[in-house]
Design a binder for this molecule. Structure first.
Ligand code: PLP
Length: 451
């Protein structure tokens, strides 16, 4: 166990009070009084309150030190409180903190847009900026509608695209939709995402047939399909990597039907899967790409990128923007994002993610093979998943039980999958060999203990 005096960054966990400790519990009591109960998950075992974070480490309000295997929802790819973010924020904050995104734009907005256009898979990309992933998805769905002239959408079971009303319509999970069902757009048809654990490569064919059917029949409300939205690797759906050839076939089918293909790369993109865009790794050929999370290295910023011809379907603004928001092109977030993209495109960041991801995957696979309840260990780059099964079915809630046990051992990790049957790992880059060994051993022990 690491020593209290060592700075945070690449330490082993140091848990002195069983989490959540008294300080976190007292903060939870205060939170319960002032925050809507639909937001933070509060139980006797959850949550800890973060006070400080650096690199791969987090310190909670009780002084416990953890390894963060979530990268705080996949955001902290380059580590928490990174020097990159701190220096860009410091420099930009001396000059301009807030601007007028769509009226008199900050220079930093243009500098970011030019960089984003360069990472797009087309030579003539144009971009809409926003602050959260959900908003980038909203912009993508609007763009697809103006370009195709057809409002209907195909999305995938288990996919997660955000919770604002437009994004919620393409997010399939009942838990998020149920209270709002009558407000949610009914022109979305869902196809199964290939389940390689149960169906092997066959799952791909079943899924493609469903897509083909929806393209011909239209959405459940009768609307014609104008767009298909998909994650190159389903992230919150349980780190589900599609079978070889699936995404290329999906791209062909969508294109033949004249549907716009949206790659939601909010989790998978910008290095997380060992490439600038994961689409290139899985054979997906999109017309629109959404990015977010890692882009701002901790600041809220996201973007919808599209082929020039697709984005040019938008009507020309005539003094009143057709689409914008108060914080669009926020100078602080743009400055950090531009620096992050410079690092991503001029260094070996993505390659190092790939190597670290491969090492972690190999170590987990070796230690967990034959472990009771473990059905699959998989991933791409530093987006990894451990799937749990009971008999021939999914082990419902197993991911949550493992995550609670792991927290007590100083590991922050989250469940994923429709049934909470997966443990998802999206750590920052830079786990040391000692940390990897610790993580693998502790996760194996927790799994053996709780399953
Ligand atoms: C693939 C994907 N799309 C969209 C979103 C929504 O992003 P946000 O929570 O920033 O609105 C997420 C968030 O987890 C995501 O993983």
């Amino acid at each position: 166990m690491g020593q209290l005096s060592e700075p945070l960054g690449s330490r082993l966990p140091h848990v002195t009070v069983p989490p959540p400790g008294p300080a976190s519990q007292a903060l939870a009591d205060r939170l319960r009084r002032v925050e809507s109960r639909g937001v933070t998950h509060l139980t006797a075992h959850w949550p800890i309150f973060w006070e400080e974070a650096a690199g791969t480490n987090v310190r909670d309000a009780d002084g416990n030190v953890y390894i963060d295997l979530t990268g705080a929802f996949g955001v902290a790819l380059v580590g928490h409180t990174s020097r990159l973010a701190r220096s860009a924020i410091a420099a930009q904050s001396e000059r301009l903190i807030h601007g007028m995104g769509d009226i008199h734009p900050p220079v930093s907005k243009l500098e970011l847009l030019e960089r984003l256009a360069l990472i797009a898979p087309w030579p003539d990309a144009k971009v809409i900026l926003s602050s959260t992933g959900s908003e980038a998805v909203e912009a993508a769905l609007k763009t697809a509608q103006v370009a195709s002239g057809r409002p209907g959408v195909i999305a995938f079971e288990g996919g997660y695209h955000g919770l604002t009303l437009g994004a919620l319509a393409v997010t399939e999970r009942g838990h998020f939709r149920a209270p709002f069902e009558r407000r949610v757009y009914g022109g979305v048809g869902f196809a199964p995402f290939p389940d390689t654990v149960r169906d092997g490569a066959e799952g791909g064919a079943v899924s493609l047939e469903a897509v083909q059917r929806l393209l011909s029949s239209g959405a459940p409300n009768g609307d014609e399909i104008g767009a298909v939205i998909v994650e190159p690797v389903q992230a919150r759906g349980g780190a589900r990597v599609p079978p070889a050839g699936f995404m290329a076939a999906l791209s062909d089918i969508a294109r033949s039907a004249g549907a716009i293909l949206i790659a939601d790369e909010i989790m998978t993109g910008l290095g997380r899967c060992g490439a600038v865009l994961a689409s290139s790794r899985v054979g997906l050929v999109p017309d629109i790409v959404c990015v977010g999370k890692a882009l701002g290295a901790g600041l809220p910023i996201s973007a919808c990128l599209a082929r020039g011809a697709v984005m040019d379907a938008w009507p020309q603004t005539d003094g009143e923007a057709v689409h914008t928001s108060t914080f669009l092109g926020h100078p602080l977030a743009c400055a950090v994002a531009a620096d992050f993209l410079d690092v991503l495109t001029t260094s070996d960041l993505a390659q190092r993610v790939e190597e670290e991801g491969n090492d972690l995957l190999a170590a987990l696979t070796e230690r967990l093979s034959g472990c009771r309840g473990v059905a699959d260990v998989r991933g791409m780059g530093l987006l990894l998943g451990i799937e749990f099964a009971e008999g021939s079915g999914r082990s419902v809630g197993a991911g949550s039980r493992v995550a609670e046990g792991a927290l007590k051992r100083g590991l922050i990790v989250l469940p994923a999958g429709d049934d909470g049957h997966v443990l998802e790992l999206t750590p920052p880059i830079g786990l040391t060999h000692e940390q990897v060994h610790f993580v693998v051993e502790q996760l194996a022990e927790v799994i053996e203990e709780v399953l």
